[in-house]
Design a protein. Structure first.
Length: 258
């Protein structure tokens, strides 16, 4: 009887090892947002492919979450297996331009926040710098249905290097500037508004910044509006619509729950 029990235990152990083998050495994502955090880290490290255990992953949510935290244009191709494993092939759009945008953002941010100690002051300096440095690309915005969403006006390169962008370019540039200054922000996009802007957290409270709306059209040179700078949720939702729950979850995953 004892030998029979030991044999059965050994068989069960072998079966467990066979079933779990695909998971060994693999990262696990319990949600699309968790997968996005892992994907962004992989992009930061220059990886072109990652494998995750992420059963029932929401591909649209994954893309939106990566877009919110990664300030560059990229492509993702998913291969989903029956056992819950997911291969994500990553492609970086025009890496040379992205590096140029990063280099410029690093210098611009350092100069803008020099001597400032409070995060609110640093965010204001970066906001004003971006609005003064960039002109809203109205022709591209009006032809948006015929324009590639990864084209230059939609990128940080467009806003920082070319000095002309649409809302996506402003928002990605602001994330890049914040990161260069030792801060952080996410990019929020809403298809209903066909618009994008940023969110930050200060002392656990969410605030919103819309550099695009604070940049007058036609451009007014050095003039900068602050109507949409560090607006709390209650005030911001009177003029903007977005998936509040989703983006709060992104911020929770990135910075910790409030």
């Amino acid at each position: 009887m004892k030998h029979w029990y030991c044999w059965l235990l050994a068989v069960l152990l072998c079966l467990a090892m066979v079933c779990c083998k695909p998971l060994l050495g693999r990262q696990m994502a319990v949600s699309a947002i968790d997968a996005a955090i892992i994907t962004a880290d992989a992009l930061e490290q220059g990886k072109t492919k990652i494998r995750l255990y992420a059963p029932d992953i929401d591909q649209d949510a994954l893309f939106r979450a990566v877009e919110s935290i990664w300030p560059y244009a990229c492509t993702m191709q998913l291969t989903i297996y029956h056992n819950g494993m997911v291969d994500i092939a990553l492609g970086v759009e025009d890496s040379a331009r992205q590096q140029q945008a990063l280099t410029l953002a690093t210098g611009m941010a350092a100069q803008a926040v020099d001597g400032l100690t409070e995060d609110t002051d640093k965010l204001l300096a970066l906001h004003d710098l971006l609005v003064r440095s960039c002109v809203y690309d109205l022709p591209t915005a009006e032809a948006v249905s015929a324009v590639d969403g990864a084209s230059v006006p939609f990128t940080a390169y467009g806003a920082l290097v070319n000095g002309k962008a649409v809302c996506a370019g402003y928002s990605r540039a602001f994330v890049l500037l914040c990161q260069a200054a030792g801060l952080d922000a996410i990019y929020i996009a809403d298809t209903g508004m066909n618009h994008g802007w940023n969110a930050v957290r200060l002392e656990g409270v969410t605030y919103f910044i819309d550099c695009t709306f604070d940049d007058p059209v036609p451009d007014q040179g050095e003039y900068v509006s602050h109507e949409y700078f560090l607006r709390p949720t209650a005030a911001f939702e009177t003029t903007h619509t977005w998936d509040k729950e989703f983006y709060e979850q992104v911020m929770d995953a990135k910075w910790g729950k409030t």
